[in-house]
Design a protein around this ligand. Sequence first.
Ligand SMILES: [Zn+2]
Length: 114
Amino acid sequence: MSDDLLPTEVRAPEGARRMEIEWSDGVTTAYRHAILRGFCPCAHCQGHHGPVRWVDPANANLELDRVEEVGSYALLLGWGDGHSTGIYTFRFLRALAEVGESEAADVADRAFNR
Ligand SMILES: [Zn+2]
């Protein structure tokens, strides 16, 4: 994968449970909010080292209320319960798209590089 892939559009309509990203290579990826939250790459959720693993978001608020571009390499996602420390690199988001619309039970043993 090229390092210069960039989102051209991020769609996260209020009240939705799914986020879509259109990329500069024409690909569109989609993510259930539960998948984004369950694979939140922040240190609080994941510790400081190792790949990003599934953390069951059963008790988390899945209302996505903040999407901000960070530099030109990542998106910051903020959630309705105030959790907004997740910096999702574009590279990570492209990898995560593989399971973007999967059910929790199917991703429990998956891990992704940050
Ligand atoms: Zn987190």
